[in-house]
Write a protein that binds this ligand. Structure first.
Ligand code: EPZ
Length: 416
């Protein structure tokens, strides 16, 4: 397995352009199943999860080609409703194919999804949303079999604004007769991107970004060409790396408003931040101050995915920072690796207390999950001495060649 070798202590200078959003392109790839035509997707990142999604698309009958950062999917011959366990295990987003395959073929058979182990990651909200539209579920030898002879639009009320459940409901509702309203829908930018893709196909969807998304189903869908939004969490990761290592960095090709909760915190910690239309410049003036209360919340609150990289930054701040993880019940798995690098962190349930230290020291650590792994990389880049980071396949799920982007900014980081 590959390892990242990092020699820390170097400041970062220059510009990094952010690739397309993993959490946007994955539901959009599922949505390409809905039209029996061709979908051309631009700004598609080269990530493990994207390759996994391509395998699922091919498994159900799509023809897929990937040139540079453009994916072309021909969904004319979608004919297989069975997604095998080994493809489902690859990532959490595999569950998003449930609504799309059900919408296209009227039935789907799949297994529990894989993905980052961030505590329990049930799919009860996904299933109850599809049941509301008329789908019937049964378990058979570990497989989830779902049929819907005739799905009709209904009001779906989500008890929690789940991103994935909102996306699954939008995908299935596009194929339902009548109106579907998703109440208490997730408001993340990736939901708006999915709505815009569906509308580009010819679907009638509106309200994404608010708590109620409405779909007028069964509109004729056609071939489409679309460009995916930039990855806001990668942008946040690079900003935290620059604040932690010092120097001056421009993060470009982004939508700054998507990470305004992150830039507000970085500003409050003492970073120099300049926000332009599609880029953010960041520099650090001396030692940063601790962050009082970082509470992860559904969008537009502080994003849970930015909690690990911000915590890596907090390890070197003056004072005690407090993180409250309200979204996942197991999203502090990166703390062990940060402590091995010299951080002083105490966990009390869903609260992490980060006592700032003067220095971090290189060590051998293993990535535990996607964003936790990225947090370990940026902490190692600020540590004195050499670090070896294993299990980096987690990081490759969401960051396109992270070592190349960081090296281009001046970090000493290599993949072995
Ligand atoms: C999406 O995951 C993202 N993944 C996650 O990013 C992100 O952290 C999360 O949304 C929250 O923003 C993708 O988009 C591929 P949820 P998802 O459903 O859809 C509970 C990354 O690093 N829940 O909003 O799985 C769940 O357990 C990844 O890029 C249920 O209880 O998130 C969690 O506590 C990590 N039942 C909370 O809701 C359900 O049926 C939020 O989950 C579904 C979710």
């Amino acid at each position: 397995m590959s390892t990242l070798i990092v020699n820390g202590g170097r400041e970062l200078f220059g510009e990094v352009s952010v690739h397309g959003s993993k959490n946007s392109v994955l539901p959009i790839l599922a949505a390409t199943i809905l039209n029996a035509g061709t979908s051309v997707i631009h700004n598609c990142p080269k990530l493990r999860d994207v390759y996994a999604a391509i395998e699922i698309l091919r498994c159900i009958g799509c023809e897929v080609s990937f040139e540079e950062n453009t994916l072309t999917i021909d969904s004319k011959n979608v004919n297989n409703c069975e997604i095998p366990d080994e493809l489902m295990r690859e990532m959490r987003s595999s569950v998003i194919f449930m609504g799309a395959v059900l919408g296209r073929l009227g039935r789907v058979s799949l297994f529990a999804p894989g993905g980052c182990e961030l505590g329990a990651r049930p799919i009860d909200l996904h299933i109850s949303a599809l049941k509301t539209l008329g789908a019937h579920f049964r378990e058979e030898g570990g497989a989830i079999r779902c049929e819907a002879r005739r799905m009709r639009g209904r009001d779906i009320v989500l008890s929690f604004p789940s991103v994935g459940a909102t996306e699954n409901a939008m995908l299935a509702a596009t194929a339902c007769e009548g109106r579907t309203r998703i109440i208490n829908a997730a408001r993340e930018p990736e939901i708006e991107d999915l709505q815009n893709f569906l509308k580009a196909q010819g679907a009638e969807v509106y309200g994404a970004g608010s708590s109620t998304v409405t779909i007028e189903g069964k509109r004729p869908l056609s071939s489409v060409e679309y460009t995916v939004i930039p990855d806001r969490i990668c942008a946040a990761t690079y900003l935290c790396a620059a604040a932690l290592c010092g120097g001056r960095v421009r993060v470009s090709g982004i939508i700054p408003e998507h990470i305004s909760t992150v830039t507000t915190i970085l500003d409050g910690m003492g970073c120099d931040i300049r926000i332009d239309e599609k880029s953010i410049d960041i520099a650090r003036r001396g030692r940063l101050s601790a962050i009082r209360n970082v509470r992860t919340m559904p969008y537009p609150g502080f994003p849970t995915d930015a909690q690990p990289p911000l915590m890596a930054l907090a390890t070197r701040c003056a004072g005690t920072s407090t993180f409250v993880e309200n979204i996942f019940d197991g999203r502090f798995r990166h703390v062990g690796g940060l402590i091995r690098l010299g951080a002083d962190i105490k966990i009390e349930g869903k609260i992490a207390l980060v006592y700032g230290v003067e220095r971090l020291y290189g060590s051998n650590i293993d990535a535990t999950d996607l964003r936790g792994g990225a947090a370990m990389v940026i902490a190692a880049m600020a540590a004195e001495g050499e670090s070896r980071i294993g299990e980096i396949h987690h990081i490759d799920r969401g960051y396109e060649k992270i070592e190349e982007s960081m090296s281009a900014l001046g970090a000493d980081i290599k993949r072995r």
